[in-house]
Design a protein around this ligand. Structure first.
Ligand code: SAH
Length: 458
């Protein structure tokens, strides 16, 4: 993050605006809306600024900029038409630790002013960190259409009721639940439609019926897909925003984790082959305990929770402890890798069926039904197969699959740094070693791999 986002309370605070033209006027409008006590220093003011001066909304210092004018200022905007003066103002402010912004000159800004969508008291600020102001404006336009105009009224009403709700519901979790229902239900619609009186009455009724005790917890076992956040389901995102605590492992990408409610507690229960941060039994028990404490627990898993994810074991424990749970499917990495590498897993001409297997060893053995995997019209996708690739390839050949069968290995499928390597059953182990392929990676075996050449799109 290049800039720290914050909202500044400027009511009654001294601010200096240097410049009297159009651009200065634009900045003045915002500062006035925020209630700043503003001095404009400029030999002359344009018509708009003059109106505000005459109405007593700002003070005019009819002079050129001088460093002495900075004394006691909280914030300064340099908007003169002289880039040299603006740069000087920046340097003077920096020396005095005063927040400063020189218009249109990012290198002379201690802070930048975001594009905003104003539904006061709700304000959405958007910044591209100076990289793409047009992008920020496009986002702003989108949000303008998305956020109802009554949002501000709803927020004001919530503000009015806050203390009452706090007094009635001492438990923080219970309060959060109340607000989540209240702000997403019919009373909220009423407020946004402008009928504040009935909205307020409805909220009071709801509050009277609210359960003062923390309600029972639940566990959401959610598939996070292969890593690219665009491949999450709506349900996954919804539950990610609703949970109090999240348990995740290293298949969950940082970009996806960033979408979990910001104040949710995060517990890493990571798993790398042979290096379990928490044994599975402990994870199962932890899920039960957290839910029994009344928490909404998100168990976020890479791919789909029911494909080589041990999701079944986790909910078995929940079911026997009588905990409420929900399971949300995710895009399994085989689908992610297939689509993002341009390798359809079935195809009329090349493969009539596909089998997902795991290359993970159990008791020092890969337990696979080899004879079932060697038909030339079968696609085999191998999860967790990087370390065992040499023996997997050797077994497939030994059981009758042609050594020249095309094979792909897709590392970090759907991530920005996805790698796809092509070879055959014979050459794959060498390729893995040569390119130091590391998990997570999937091996795809079968004639469909030939299609990559024509169908790869990224
Ligand atoms: N439940 C997961 C699989 C968990 S097993 C799913 O449905 O995808 C872990 C294995 O999944 C890894 O060893 C790797 O083989 C595969 N995998 C998970 N994410 C992957 C990704 N982004 N790219 C390639 N393989 C991935």
């Amino acid at each position: 993050m290049d800039y720290f986002p914050l909202f500044l309370k400027l009511q009654g605070q001294r601010c200096l605006l240097a410049g009297g033209g159009e651009i200065a006027a634009r900045k003045a409008r915002l500062l006035l809306q925020a209630g700043a006590s503003m001095t404009v220093v400029a030999p002359e003011l344009n018509a708009e600024l003059a109106v505000w001066r005459d109405a007593g909304q700002l003070q005019h210092l009819a002079a050129h900029y001088a460093a002495s004018q900075l004394d006691g200022q909280r914030l300064v905007i340099a908007a003169t038409d002289d880039a040299g003066v603006n740069a000087q103002i920046f340097a003077d402010c920096e020396a005095r630790n005063i927040l400063v912004n020189a218009v249109d000159s990012p290198e002379h800004c201690r802070f930048i002013v975001p594009a905003i969508v104003d539904r006061s008291p709700v304000v959405v600020a958007i910044s591209s960190g100076g990289n793409a102001p047009v992008l920020a404006r496009i986002l702003k336009a989108r949000l303008e259409t998305l956020l109802p105009s009554g949002l501000g009224a709803l927020a004001s009403l919530a503000g009015k009721l806050r203390a009452t709700v706090k007094a009635r519901l001492a438990d923080e979790a219970a309060r959060r639940r109340f607000w989540e229902t209240a702000l997403d239900g019919p009373a909220a619609e009423q407020a946004m439609a402008g009928d504040i009186t009935s909205a307020e009455a409805m909220l009071h009724t709801q509050l009277a019926q609210a359960d003062a005790a923390a309600s029972t917890g639940a566990v959401y076992l959610v598939g996070a897909g292969p890593g690219n956040p665009d491949l999450l389901t709506f349900r996954a995102l919804h539950l990610m925003q609703k949970s109090d605590v999240v348990l995740y492992d290293n298949l969950v990408s940082p970009q996806i984790l960033a979408l979990v409610r910001r104040d949710a507690e995060r517990i890493y229960v990571g798993k790398k082959a042979n290096n379990h941060a928490l044994p599975q039994e402990d994870i199962n028990r932890l899920l039960v305990r957290l839910a029994q404490e009344g928490k909404r627990v998100l168990r976020l898993k890479g791919g789909d929770p029911f494909i080589f994810g041990r999701g079944g074991e986790e909910i078995e424990e929940l079911a026997s402890a009588g905990i409420i749970f929900e399971v949300v499917p995710g895009i399994t990495s085989a689908s992610g890798a297939s689509c993002y590498a341009g390798i359809p897993l079935t195809h009329r001409d090349y493969a009539q069926s596909v089998t997902f297997v795991t290359g993970h060893r159990r008791a020092d053995q890969i337990e696979l039904d080899w004879p079932r995997l060697v038909s030339p019209s079968e696609t085999v996708v191998i999860y967790m197969g990087v370390a065992q690739a040499p023996s997997i390839c050797a077994q497939l050949i030994a059981h009758g699959r042609a050594a020249t069968t095309p094979v792909a290995i897709v590392e970090r499928a759907t991530w920005p740094d996805q790698r796809t390597l092509l070879g055959t059953l014979e050459t794959l182990p060498g390729l893995i070693a040569q390119h130091t392929i590391k998990p997570p990676a999937l091996i795809i075996v079968g004639e469909v791999v030939q299609l990559h050449e024509r169908l790869a799109w990224r």
